[in-house]
Design a protein around this ligand. Structure first.
Ligand SMILES: Cc1cc2nc3c(=O)[nH]c(=O)nc-3n(C[C@H](O)[C@H](O)[C@H](O)COP(=O)(O)O)c2cc1C
Length: 186
């Protein structure tokens, strides 16, 4: 087994519903991938200031944990981002991370790159009943993947999930999603 999976808890809550889904997905993937899970809240980073210096230098003027997160991306063959809806959007901490990935954004040159061939999966969850809001979260994640040239390979929306106890009854849906992730993307 030499392929790596990275599963990201995009919520600042380390013990909540998102963390429960991350745990299930990680357990499922670990039978075929070397699997690592991280939480966005494990890292310390500042907000993007919008200075655009990185558009010309491919380098951020700030020094913090962003390169640590990106080294986890670099090591992964597949990336699964699991994000709750906060006010019908991704949590601020996750958005702040994405903004800070501007040095890696393929819309300007020079830009940093992670190695090619990575596959991205998206899982959105929310308390409310409508799937449209999950789609919006998934769109944000897939937009981010697109600019890092991570191929979007699968998505799952989970409505009516408020807390960790709501995850167990959805285990079959989450397992079925994981089973669609190929054991080898070669
Ligand atoms: C600040 C905040 C805003 C939220 N906004 C929404 C929302 O707009 N729509 C919704 O369906 N759920 C919303 N929720 C509920 C979360 O999506 C839901 O509880 C999810 O399971 C939280 O997972 P977590 O505890 O792992 O972060 C919100 C929760 C929080 C804390």
């Amino acid at each position: 087994m030499n392929m790596n999976a990275l599963v990201i808890n995009c919520s600042p809550v380390k013990t909540g519903a998102t963390a429960g889904i991350v745990k299930l997905v990680s357990e499922k993937l670990s039978s075929v991938y070397n699997t690592k899970s991280i939480c966005i809240d494990d890292y310390d980073f500042k907000f993007c200031k919008g200075c655009r210096i990185c558009h010309n230098t491919a380098e951020c003027v700030m020094t913090d944990d962003i390169p640590l997160i990106m080294s986890e991306f670099e090591q992964a063959d597949i990336i699964v981002s699991v994000s709750p809806s906060y006010w019908a959007d991704i949590p601020g901490q996750f958005k702040a991370f994405i903004d800070r990935c501007t040095p890696w954004c393929n819309t300007h040159d020079p830009h940093l790159t992670i190695s090619s061939g990575k596959k991205g999966y998206s899982i959105a969850l929310r308390t409310g009943p409508g799937m449209k809001e999950c789609e919006r979260i998934i769109q944000s994640i897939e937009h981010f993947y697109g600019h890092l040239e991570i191929e979007c390979c699968g998505k799952l929306g989970l409505c009516s999930v408020e807390c960790r106890d709501d995850v167990e009854p959805r285990k079959d849906e989450i397992t079925a999603f994981c089973e669609k992730i190929p054991a080898c993307h070669c």
